[in-house]
Design a protein around this ligand. Structure first.
Ligand code: SAM
Length: 128
């Protein structure tokens, strides 16, 4: 349905940016987050980009339970993922600089702040 609607608005003969920002951690494993992403990416022409950020507690393991429990109380399932689990969203794609990094390291021309921890991974990848 998303793709049908997108085809009414977008020219699929030209590169498209697919933005999955702060979204996929709301898709639990049984909802097939990788399959859903693949379904969307597979429709994109070569030269398109996937932009994805994803919640993680890799750098804040002590907060993992309280964050997930807080969302659960609001009836929002939250599935934080570890680095290698976030990497899987980009399988078959070409990561652009600086690769998969935490949000605080998403600095192209200036150095990241020292010692700053993050609850998000971010990356941009090109569809070959
Ligand atoms: C933190 S917001 C990010 C919104 C937008 N991507 C942005 O960066 O501004 C999270 C979004 O995920 C959506 N969302 C939460 N659970 C979802 C689900 N199971 N399926 C689809 N969207 C969901 C919410 O409605 C909300 O718009």
């Amino acid at each position: 349905a998303i793709l049908d609607h997108a085809r009414e608005l977008l020219d699929f003969d030209r590169p498209i940016a697919l933005s999955l920002i702060a979204l996929m951690h709301f898709i639990t494993d049984d909802e097939d987050p990788y399959g859903l992403t693949r379904t969307l990416v597979d429709q994109l022409p070569s030269g398109s980009y996937l932009v994805l950020s994803h919640g993680t507690t890799d750098e804040h393991p002590e907060l993992a339970d309280s964050v997930t429990d807080t969302y659960k109380k609001g009836r929002v399932p939250l599935r934080m993922r570890r680095r290698e689990e976030v990497e899987r969203f980009f399988e078959g794609l070409e990561l652009v600089d600086p690769g998969l990094v935490t949000a605080t390291h998403w600095y192209k021309d200036t150095p990241a702040p020292e010692g700053e921890l993050s609850g998000f991974y971010v990356a941009v990848a090109r569809v070959p």
